[in-house]
Ligand binder design. Structure first.
Ligand code: KG4
Ligand code: ZN
Length: 353
């Protein structure tokens, strides 16, 4: 074992039982360069995010090479911003955490290399975090009292997972998408409506003005009772829009957006609530970029109130990609003595379950 890893393990053992542990986390898995400092896995001391949206808008989506380059250019400044926000020096943080995957390999590599350099130079333990676990653990920032077991609906650009969190580092998959992720479906529908990248939040805003019952869109059949499928819905939506265009009629964009959003949210809710009901679960958390969706938050809150289910919603700033959630997940790992060596590599297809 290397001298670094040996020392890191001893440090982690000391930190595991201590209060006031400050973790500095770095997140570069996609198009946000982020650094944050979180105390004891739930108190945010700093949360700096540089969004690359402006760089990618021109291309209608994330361009991996541009994302990697922008991470390299910004990561130093974002880290300094986080330290400044917290009023801390690098010496005053206890451990360095980083997103190992899943994500864009070049983008992940920037964060992983940077974090390894920091951990080695500052002689701090290094903690590798799964991005999806980060999204789930964002709930510990908003609701520090939240304790497993709870069900979690993880809905992001790449994932639509219904999971059980059995203990703070124990995940069990109940259902998942058979094709597209919910965020991906929102982004594609937004593009068809001519909305700029990133489409999901724009479609959500537009849908607030529209009639969600104007167009009927299909509800899918899936193999697993708790699985999702969005590709049939996407195709039906594209055909609907093309049909309207071919007839030379003006596109009722707000009504289309509202009808599409309703179809996605119906499906997300129906499956999650079916699983909760059949399994007798009474606690549900949402996680990931799509958990910022206004209709999903409103309707899920209303139905959970009705059914006596306790719903945990991450604050909006923790729904999209950020590094505070990575620090929250890293704190769980640290408590279990899980530190990484300097051979840590980015893993674009890293799985949680
Ligand atoms: O979790 P996230 O920031 O990144 C990934 O890990 O993928 O999720 C990004 C996804 C994008 O597809 C984006 O369009 C979607 O979340 N999204 C939304 C909303 N805000 C972000 N989708 C629907 N409504 C929103 N308000
Ligand atoms: Zn994400």
């Amino acid at each position: 074992m290397s001298t670094y890893l040996h020392r890191a393990r001893l440090q982690a053992e000391c930190l595991a039982g201590r209060q006031g542990v400050r973790i500095l986390a770095i997140e570069t898995s996609c198009d946000e360069t982020a650094a944050a400092i979180v105390e004891d896995g739930c108190r945010e001391l700093a949360n700096a995010v540089y969004s690359q949206i402006d760089l990618h808008t021109l291309y209608g989506g994330v361009v991996p090479e541009i994302a990697s380059r922008a991470h390299v250019e910004k990561i130093d400044a974002v880290l300094q911003q986080a330290l400044q926000q917290a009023g801390l020096t690098l010496q005053q943080v206890d451990a360095i955490a980083v997103t190992q995957g899943p994500g864009l390999v070049g983008a992940l590599l920037v964060g992983v290399s940077y974090a390894k350099g920091l951990a080695y130079a500052m002689e701090k333990p290094l903690i590798a975090v799964n991005h999806i676990e980060g999204h789930i653990c964002a709930n510990y920032l908003t609701s520090p009292g939240l304790q497993p077991p709870f069900a979690c609906l993880v809905v992001s650009g790449g994932h639509s997972h219904l999971m059980m969190v059995d203990k703070k580092d124990g995940y069990h998959l109940i259902g998942c998408t058979q094709d597209d992720a919910a965020g991906e479906a929102f982004d594609k529908a937004a593009r068809v409506l001519g909305l700029a990248y990133p489409g999901g939040p724009r479609l959500d805003a537009l849908a607030e003005e529209g009639d969600a019952h104007r167009f009927t869109l299909p509800r899918p059949h899936t193999e697993g009772r708790y699985d999702y499928s969005f590709s049939g819905l996407k195709t039906a939506f594209i055909n609907l829009v093309h049909g309207i265009k071919q007839r030379g009629e003006p596109l009722p964009v707000a009504d289309l957006a509202a009808s599409f959003r309703r179809a996605v949210v119906d499906q997300l809710m129906d499956k999650a609530l079916l699983a909760l009901n059949e399994r007798g679960e009474t606690m549900l958390a949402l996680a990931g970029g799509v958990s910022a969706n206004r209709l999903l938050r409103r309707r899920m809150q209303a139905i959970c109130n009705e059914r006596g289910i306790k719903l945990y919603l991450p604050e909006l700033k923790y729904c999209g990609d950020n590094a505070a959630m990575v620090a929250a997940a890293a704190h769980v790992r640290l408590r279990h003595g899980q530190v990484a060596g300097l051979s840590l590599n980015a893993d674009p297809a890293l799985r949680l379950v």
